[in-house]
Design a protein around this ligand. Structure first.
Ligand code: HPA
Ligand code: ZN
Length: 327
């Protein structure tokens, strides 16, 4: 069976990866020591043992705690570089990386420290790994829209270092409508727009992300399967869904990967592809997501593998000329 080899070696893009979610426990401890930050876990093993999540919030609490060790530009560089080396080794040729500036600026870390550390890693990946890497600035939806607006303005001196904005963190109770003005502002600035919707929240959040935030992709979006009219619309508009199967499994969105919505999304003609979301927390990087899905879902074969890779390029924010190099 040559399918696993195909999955590992085919060129692909990753479009849904939170860089703070790529921070491995070993690097958390190394940075904690380097920066003199106290952790509430005695060892790498104890921290990893705490990665038993029941829902999105139970994950977010520990994810924000892990990010507290990031203080200096070098820390952000080291975190991103570790991810980029792994991505290149998995034949990811293009990646669009989410970062959460508010998680850091709220602790007194300057915006410049965050963006320059990440940007320099992306630049080096291009030079040394031949990997194209872009940044997407995410707003935390559990915070206010005023905070998001201030964050966007604070990032504008480094406008050319990120290609778009996203919306993440606790979904339920924080509908897309809450961020209408900041997404309109991002649109005026010529930034791409994406948002997490339909991960834990209802399909109505997917609809309002499209209609109110004018997003070009939906992150997760798996609960769209509950609304047949929405499924038809997503297919007709070729609206991409950045699906993260191991994330949905670890956050108990599905009981078993065999129950995952991916085959349904693909058979409905949606532009879905696979992503790792928070690989250090959810049990694997991009190829682990591919391998686990193809193992668990009998509907997936070589045809679907090529389709997923093709969708990853179609849904990316790179030019058609650039895409032609990879496909
Ligand atoms: N959902 C919402 N917010 C997040 C996630 C996610 O899967 N990962 C990191 N922040
Ligand atoms: Zn996510």
């Amino acid at each position: 069976d040559r399918l696993p080899a195909l999955l590992r070696t085919m060129p692909k893009a990753e479009l849904h990866i939170h860089i703070e979610g790529s921070l491995e426990p070993e690097l958390i401890f190394k940075l904690a020591q380097r920066n003199g930050v106290a952790l509430s876990y005695p060892s790498v093993e104890a921290l990893r043992a705490a990665y038993a999540f029941t829902d999105l919030q139970s994950f977010l609490d520990i994810y924000y705690a892990g990010a507290s060790v990031l203080l200096k530009e070098q820390d952000f560089f080291d975190m991103a570089w570790a991810y980029l080396e792994k991505a290149a080794a998995e034949n990811v040729v293009h990646t669009e990386i989410f970062f959460d500036p508010q998680t850091h600026t709220a602790r007194g870390v300057p915006m410049q420290t965050v963006i320059l550390g990440l940007h320099h890693a992306c630049q080096r990946a291009h030079q040394e790994l031949g990997l194209s890497a872009k940044l997407i600035l995410c707003f935390l939806r559990h915070l206010s829209e005023e905070d998001a607006l201030a964050t966007l303005e604070a990032a504008l001196p480094w406008r050319e270092y990120f290609i778009g904005v996203g919306l993440d963190s606790s979904e339920r109770g924080h509908p897309p409508e809450k961020f209408a003005r900041v997404f309109a502002r991002a649109g005026e600035l010529g930034l791409h727009r994406v948002a997490h919707a339909g991960e834990e929240g209802p399909p109505a959040y997917v609809t309002s992300a499209l209609d109110v935030l004018k997003v070009e992709r939906i992150d997760h979006g798996v609960r769209s399967v509950e609304d047949p009219a929405l499924m038809d619309r997503l297919a007709a508009e070729r609206m991409p869904l950045t699906v993260c199967p191991l994330s949905n499994l670890k956050l108990c969105g599905v009981k078993d990967l065999a129950d995952h919505q991916l085959p349904q999304l693909l058979s409905h003609g949606l532009v879905a592809m696979l992503n790792s979301d928070d690989p250090a927390y959810f049990g694997g990087y991009l190829n682990a997501n591919y391998l686990a899905c193809f193992e668990a879902m009998p509907a997936l074969g070589a045809k679907q593998a090529y389709m997923l890779a093709r969708n990853s390029f179609e849904a990316s924010f790179v030019s058609a000329a650039q895409r032609a190099q990879w496909q």
